[in-house]
Design a protein around this ligand. Structure first.
Ligand code: PEP
Length: 260
């Protein structure tokens, strides 16, 4: 396949509790800057904190909000538009995290596959890049890899035409995040992750096209840390990580180092 530049993202979720902790969290990323020629790095602060930290990171480390709405400014209380994100100098956004899709049963809006496709089209039309999260809950993983890949296909089906017409395939990054691995301390094994990433890539080759399959980056997310990152990084279809808990700690730099 073609050379894909690795990409590592930090998802701070709804953290930290105090804005006074932001300086420390930002400085944890300082050690990532030396790897930027080998690995793209982005950070997703909470919506409230984005404006406070967006100019604080070392140059080249991107700030990407954790969500955006599906259409633009207007009567969308509690939402953010791409126009606003762009205006503030940011060029990428994360969508479809399982905590927003409602996979955890949290009191957040349920975001459907159809809505995700609408959001992705909107984001790309506005000229931004996007990290698109997918992944299966535990009952599906327990049925085996075929069921997992069927669920991933289900979550990707609506964006097939979007990926087909996308010229620069680096503008969409897929984050494969098995729901059972997120925040649990139980990461997928490297073999499981590779098998799933390869399956997703093969599905894209078949349903989108070979170029997209070769060029699109697939990050692994779910209890990735400095300890498991080197082994996961060694597999050819794992193009980086989306990191939650460990992105609040200095070890984020070790994770970036592992794949650089
Ligand atoms: C995430 O929030 O996307 C994530 C993968 O979290 P964690 O690394 O804490 O499992």
């Amino acid at each position: 396949g073609m050379a894909r530049k690795p990409i590592v993202g930090g998802n701070w979720k709804c953290n930290p509790a105090t804005a006074s902790s932001l300086d420390e969290l930002v400085s944890n990323f300082d050690g990532c800057a030396q790897y930027l020629d080998k690995c793209d790095v982005y950070v997703c602060p909470s919506n409230l904190h984005v404006a406070l930290v967006k100019d604080s990171f070392k140059p080249g480390i991107k700030v990407a909000p954790q969500n955006c709405n599906f259409t633009g400014c207007g009567a969308y209380t509690g939402e953010m538009s791409v126009d606003q994100i762009k205006d503030m100098g940011m060029s990428t956004v994360l969508i479809g995290h399982s905590e927003r899709r409602g996979e955890f049963g949290l009191p957040t809006p349920k975001e459907s596959n159809e809505l995700m496709a609408t959001k992705l089209q909107y984001i790309l039309d506005q000229g931004l890049s996007c990290v698109f999260c997918i992944g299966e809950p535990l009952p599906i993983r327990e049925k085996g890899v075929d069921a997992v890949l069927a669920e991933c296909a289900n979550q990707l089906e609506d964006i097939v035409p979007i990926l087909k017409s996308l010229e620069d395939k680096s503008r969409v990054v897929i984050a494969y995040e098995p729901v059972w691995a997120i925040g649990t301390g139980v990461a997928a094994t490297p073999e499981q992750a590779q098998e799933t990433h390869k399956g997703i890539r093969d599905w894209i080759a078949k349903n989108v096209d070979q170029t997209t399959a070769d060029e699109i980056r697939i990050q692994y997310g779910g209890s990735a840390n400095a300890k498991n990152a080197p082994e996961l990084s060694a597999f050819p279809d794992i193009d980086g990580f989306l990191v939650g808990g460990a992105s609040l700690k200095p070890e984020i730099a070790d994770i970036v180092a592992a794949i650089s």
